[in-house]
Design a protein. Structure first.
Length: 290
C-alpha cells in the first residue's frame, strides 16, 4: 500500500478530449500523456462505464480509495470500470507514458428502461477493474465513431448505446443470481484463501480445496465463484501473478526462478499469464519499475 502522504491526488488535464452524445448518453474519448505517481478522481454525477482502450509505458488501475489498490482486480489492458453516479473512485498510476480511454455517461432513464424494474435498476452499483469483452468492444466502437464518424452514425451509435445499457444490466443480473445461490461460509473461504497463499509455489488441486471446504467439487466451484466472482483456477492464477510482481520488485532473481517459486509450469507460462492479467510482461514490469 502506498503512503497517502506521498500520493498526489489531482484532476490532471488530459492531452485531448473528444465528445459526442447519442440517445441522451455522453461519450468521451480521453487521451493522457505521461503521468507519474498520481490518483485522479474519475467519478461523475451519472452512472458511467470507463473502458481502457490503450496503455503504453505503464498501467492505470481504478480504486475506491486513492492509496489502496483493489484485491484480486483484473489488470489486463482492456479493463473496465462501472461507477455509480456521484460515487467516489480514482484512476491511479505509478507511471504511464500514454493512456486512452472511453467514458460512457448513461442517463438514469435509459438504465431504468434497460432494467425493466426498479429492483434490477437498484443493483447497478460500482464495480471496478473487471473484464467483459462484449462491453469493451461496444465502448471501443463508440470511441471510433467519436474520432472518425462513419455513415449512418446517429442510428448506429444510438443502437450501440442501447445495446451497451442492456449488456450492463444483464451482467449485473447474472452476478446477483450467482450471489443469491449461496457462497462459502466466511470461515471456509478464509481457510481456502490461507491454503492458496501458503502453496502458491506448488501444484494446487481443486479437489483438495473442495475437501478443505467440506463440499463436493462441483458445489465448491459454484460456491467459490459466488463468493469471489472468480472461478477457482483464475483466482489462483491472479494470486500467482500478484506474488510474481512482488518478487520482481525485490531484486534481480532470474525470471525462471520466479516462475518456479510462483507455481508456473515454466517461464513461458508465467509470461503468458502475466501478460493476460497484468497487461505487460514480467521483464517489462521489472524494467518499468527499476
Amino acid at each position: 500500500m502506498e503512503d497517502p502522504a506521498m500520493l498526489r491526488v489531482a484532476n490532471t488535464p488530459c492531452r485531448s478530449r473528444v465528445t459526442a452524445s447519442w440517445a441522451g448518453t455522453e461519450i468521451e474519448v480521453l487521451e493522457f500523456g505521461p503521468l507519474e505517481d498520481i490518483a485522479r478522481p474519475i467519478g461523475s454525477d451519472r452512472l458511467s462505464l470507463r473502458a481502457a482502450l490503450r496503455e503504453a509505458g505503464g498501467h492505470i488501475d481504478a480504486r475506491l480509495q486513492p492509496w489502496k489498490p483493489l484485491d484480486n482486480a483484473y489488470h489486463g489492458n482492456d479493463h473496465l470500470s462501472l461507477i455509480a453516479g456521484s460515487a467516489e473512485a480514482y484512476g491511479h498510476t505509478e507511471r504511464i507514458e500514454q493512456f486512452r480511454c472511453a467514458v460512457v455517461h448513461f442517463p438514469d432513464e435509459l438504465m431504468r428502461d434497460a432494467s425493466d424494474s426498479e429492483q434490477i435498476h437498484a443493483t447497478l452499483g460500482t464495480r471496478l477493474m473487471f473484464e467483459h469483452r462484449a462491453m469493451w468492444d461496444i465502448a471501443d466502437k463508440l470511441a471510433q465513431e467519436c474520432v472518425a464518424p462513419g455513415t449512418g452514425r446517429r442510428l448506429y451509435c444510438e443502437s450501440l448505446v442501447g445495446l451497451l445499457a442492456v449488456e450492463i444490466v444483464r451482467w449485473r443480473q447474472s452476478q446477483t443470481r450467482a450471489a443469491n445461490k449461496g457462497g462459502l461460509a466466511p470461515y471456509r473461504l478464509r481457510r481456502v484463501f490461507d491454503y492458496i497463499e501458503a502453496n502458491l509455489g506448488t501444484e494446487i488441486a481443486l479437489v483438495d480445496l473442495a475437501t478443505m471446504a467440506e463440499l463436493s467439487l462441483p458445489h465448491f466451484m459454484r460456491a467459490f465463484r459466488a463468493s469471489t466472482g472468480e472461478a477457482p483456477l483464475r483466482f489462483i492464477m491472479q494470486r500467482r501473478v500478484k506474488h510474481a510482481q512482488s518478487l520482481l520488485l525485490k531484486g534481480d532473481t532470474p525470471l525462471v526462478s520466479i516462475a518456479h517459486d510462483c507455481g508456473f509450469a515454466d517461464q513461458a507460462h508465467m509470461t503468458t499469464c502475466f501478460r493476460r492479467l497484468a497487461g505487460t510482461t514480467p521483464a517489462r514490469f521489472r524494467r518499468d519499475r527499476s
